[in-house]
Design a protein around this ligand. Structure first.
Ligand SMILES: [Mn+2]
Length: 318
């Protein structure tokens, strides 16, 4: 029997994987990619009786790969909070899927493990920009404000590392980053001891300092859209920039648009924090769109459709 873990390369995917592996460190193959590389189940070559654990990637987008594995007799456990569509009933599939706005995959894993590695789940909640929820959880386990802030920064940095269009644009391959956190059952120890944390911090601060001078393509009191320049730093920072805009203007929805290697646009959409709904509905109107109610995106928006997108965005949130 072989065990495979298939996980999103962002903070939530990494922290979900890490919690499960701390609980069960037996040998396994890891399959991951940049944050937007989510059709990962197509890459899994597993056989009857093998086990595949899937973390933080949409079931709907992986339906074909999932059905292929289930038909082969592979046993699949699926933890996620992205758009799932109809969840197949199959004796080999155990789904832990919850699309609620205040849930992330690492929190589902945290429930499953009865809070055993709770601080990593809190880190992931910060990384997925569930700031209020993450602070509630931090308070309930009596973390100091300084400790909660450290977990928030780690969550942001792990999330930041997942963005970029190709693995070469990232500071660390997500599987390599997992190897760095693997020895630590407590994220506060990782922060104190690992120079990876310092490296991510300086990359993050460099990249974030460059977005300060950007002006929006459009903005009103309900929503704003930003177009970033065609550079690796812009692609790396796009998700955190979108979260920063959301946190600074909680009543406003945001779209952050970058230019990708295929020569079209990649779009990150954040619904307003006061009404975290509808980002997925907007993005699903576009062929390569998907995501969650609060945060969603479009992987490839044709160049000629930018104005159309901005119009739909304004109508949707205005
Ligand atoms: Mn997530």
């Amino acid at each position: 029997m072989n065990q495979y873990y298939v996980f999103n390369g962002d903070a939530d995917g990494l922290c979900a994987l890490h919690q499960l592996r701390l609980a069960d460190p037996t040998t396994a193959s890891l399959i991951t990619g940049v944050k937007r590389d989510i059709k990962l189940l197509d890459r899994v070559e597993a056989n009857a009786g093998d086990r595949v654990t899937v973390l933080d990637i949409s079931l709907d987008r992986n339906r074909q790969g999932l059905m292929r594995l289930l038909k082969k007799g592979v046993i699949v456990e699926y933890f996620d909070h992205h758009h799932a569509g109809e969840i197949p009933h199959h004796p080999n599939l155990t789904p832990h899927i919850d699309l609620s706005a205040e849930v992330c995959t690492s929190l589902l894993v945290d429930q499953y493990l009865k809070g055993k590695f709770h601080l990593w789940a809190i880190t992931a909640a910060f990384g997925d920009n569930l700031i209020k929820k993450a602070h509630q959880l931090a308070n309930s386990v009596e973390l100091t404000e300084a400790e909660a802030e450290q977990l928030q920064r780690l969550g942001e940095y792990l999330n930041y590392n997942g963005y970029g269009e190709s693995l070469s644009e990232l500071h660390f391959h997500p599987a390599e980053l997992y190897k760095e956190i693997e020895p630590y059952s407590n994220p506060l120890d990782f922060i104190a001891e690992s120079d990876v944390f310092t490296k991510l911090a300086s990359g993050f601060n460099d990249d974030m300092s460059r977005v300060k001078s950007l002006h929006p393509l459009m903005s009103d009191d309900r929503c704003a859209a930003y177009l970033l320049p065609d550079t690796p730093w812009a692609r790396r920072v796009s998700g955190n920039f979108a979260n920063k805009l959301a946190n600074e203007n909680p009543g406003c929805a945001h779209a952050v648009i970058t230019i990708n290697h295929s020569g079209d646009y990649t779009v990150s959409v954040r619904a307003s924090l006061v009404n975290p709904q509808g980002a997925d509905v907007l993005c699903l109107q576009f062929g390569t769109g998907g995501g969650r109610k609060a945060a969603a995106g479009i992987n490839h928006l044709p160049i000629g459709m930018l104005n159309y997108f901005v119009t739909r965005f304004k109508q949707h949130f205005g």
